[in-house]
Design a protein. Structure first.
Ligand code: PGA
Length: 239
């Protein structure tokens, strides 16, 4: 399983360091088989030394360097030995209006540089209300020009209406979407959207679910560790 924490615009440089130290203290003495990822904000990036925690970047511009005010490129990321990137997150698509064309360009650029790419897809509420076929059509548009056979790909299904709202998709709905994605994608499939300690186990046992992308509930390190513990127990129970 992959258990990932998306900090979004939360945490400072200081609190991120504290968080990662605590997370490492939690993981180190335990036999955690899951891959643990953390996506801090740009300002908190550093050369974190723990090899049991993968630190990734929430976004970047598809260039090595250049004149792109307010953006960062490969040169700034490589300074911290970061090789994992989150792309296509719904907040970038819907709040920052990032078009599919640009997302695909980013995908291509970072794939060429052999980044592990956590690629997010998910439908807004009005599409979900139209039913499964509409959801599939919408999600597949978000996969346009994305190499689904890329060997460092991870896909996260995150229904927009479930992100940061406390609403989680029904297990049956998640299962249907993951099964459809699985028919075309061999890569790990994550679910994201109001994952918390109370629903993590149920979501982790959905067929084809290979992990969780967690926003709000990950910002507190104790809660994130609790979810890691739940994943460990769930895996042991379902062995
Ligand atoms: P949430 O965010 O857990 O707060 O719903 C998930 C995400 O945006 O990745």
């Amino acid at each position: 399983m992959i258990i990932a924490a998306n900090f979004k615009t939360n945490h400072t440089r200081g609190s991120t360091k504290e968080y990662i130290d605590k997370l490492n203290d939690f993981i180190s003495p335990r036999e955690i088989k899951d891959k643990i990822m953390v996506f801090p904000p740009f300002t908190a990036l550093d050369n974190f030394e723990y090899n049991n925690i993968t630190v990734g970047i929430q976004n970047a511009y598809p260039v090595k360097n250049g004149s792109y005010t307010g953006e960062i490129g490969l040169e700034q990321i490589e300074e911290f030995n970061i090789k994992t990137i989150l792309l296509g997150h719904s907040e970038r698509r819907h709040i920052l209006n990032e078009p599919q064309k640009l997302i695909a360009k980013k995908f291509q650029f970072f794939a060429e540089h052999e980044f592990e790419i956590v690629y997010c897809v998910g439908e807004p509420k009005e599409i979900r209300e139209r039913g499964f076929d509409a959801v599939v059509e919408y999600i597949y548009k978000q996969l346009e020009n994305i190499d689904l056979n890329y060997d460092k790909l991870v896909v996260a299904y995150e229904p927009v209406w479930a992100i940061g709202t406390g609403l989680t998709a029904k297990s049956k709905d998640i299962e249907e979407v993951l099964a459809k994605l699985r028919s075309d994608i061999k890569a790990p499939l994550l679910y994201g959207g109001s994952v918390k300690t109370s629903n993590a186990e149920e979501i982790l046992t959905i067929p084809n679910c290979n992990g969780l992308l967690i926003g709000t509930a990950s910002w507190n390190v104790e809660t994130f560790c609790e979810i890691i513990e739940i994943s460990k127990k769930t895996a042991e129970e379902n062995r």
